[in-house]
Design a protein around this ligand. Sequence first.
Ligand code: NCD
Length: 462
Amino acid sequence: MTEAPRSLITIDNLSNGEINHLFEIAGEMAADIPGQYGIARGKIMASLFFEPSTRTRLSFETAMLRLGGSVITASDVNATSMAKGESIADMARVVGSYADIIVIRHPWEGAAKIVADYSGKPVINAGDGGHEHPTQTLCDLFTLKQERHTIRGLRIALWGDLKYGRTIHSLAYALARFGATIHFRPAPGLEIPEYVLRKLTTEYKGELKRREGLQTVEEGTLPLDAIYVTPRSPHQLAMMPDVSLEVELEKSVDALYVTRMQRERMKANGSGSYPIVDKKMLKAKEFEKTLVMHPLPRVNELAQEMDGDRRAGYFKQAAWGVPVRMALLTYLLGIKQPKITEEADSLYQHRDYPVYTGDSVKCPNAMCVTSQESEKYLAHEFSIIKMEPLILRCVYCEHEVRPPFIASSEWHEGRTDTKKYHDSNSHWIKEIKPENLIIFGNESEAKTRGFKPSHYTGKVEG
Ligand code: NCD
């Protein structure tokens, strides 16, 4: 089997060493943009944008043209055969036979992974619904490095729509890996999803502190909901500073990452309070030297009066998009070979979770690609993150599911009397090996498959 080409679907597909190396290339390229012409001669980039985009699409296309490569593009799903009902997988196979690299933005979470799974070409996720947007994170990190030289030890506040803002999710993982302290300051009802917080606490080496109970919030600002602190080095885990949310609020913030309310992803018309970040709000002492960031586009959440302020960093973020994406394209196309010095003290710990595939559990996220395409060809697939209690994570959109009933394929082999199912939070879960796990979405499904309820379903029979 040939190895699948390297893709960038989630920010964790690149190590810290690779990101640092990419930034070196991006810096060199930025210093001599015309000198890069011809590096990607003969290469074709497919630019598939099935959601609105200005910066991401135009900066990718500019990047490829600056490298002397060519671009083919589809920007309206209604103008492609997907409007006729073609699957993402079929579209990916076909585009993969035309282009050398594919950049895709799609409203369904996990769509970019499908394209990577089926196209046979390197794929770059330019935003998949509310899930991730890793190349925006590269621009954000590059800007932070330019403006603050290092990310380690910085205090960065994520502000606004932390629930649906895909740039927020990718950035939070990256900040955790590079050793920043993260302040989560969501608008009411738009808190960071549980699956993101769980990932931060299971796959990264820092610690999360959440606010217990309500806090009184001054008008015109957003509450500090949680903080994530990383040790200065993994050897200092025991010396994790004992932070309190009250004390943190008083400390100066190195960067404030503002986001717009992602109305297009909401069923109802958004929540109430969404204060405007303006000079008045940023008068507070903790924002005196803060770099104000925003992935753009802005709507009303960031006042225009900030544009001339020395703290404004958002147009720089957008401008770095071209050299950063030029570097990424040459890297994934294999034109620039990696020269990686991996940070010995990485704050990310990759985990190989056992996988569960079966029809009984479906991803609960209506925007997950499996909710849209599973009838055609896709199986629901989950990583088993935890056994006690049982928590599964969809491999496409990463939303979590806690299935209600379980059994083990090991216990009842040939013996119908022990063919029983249990509540998933009963102690039996401890005894089941992940490879033997059987899951039922409800009791009738278990019974149809010949299982009887055990004492641990709350409903014992016979
Ligand atoms: C962001 C996106 O598309 O997620 N925009 C971008 O790519 N710079 C942010 C947003 O749309 O709010």
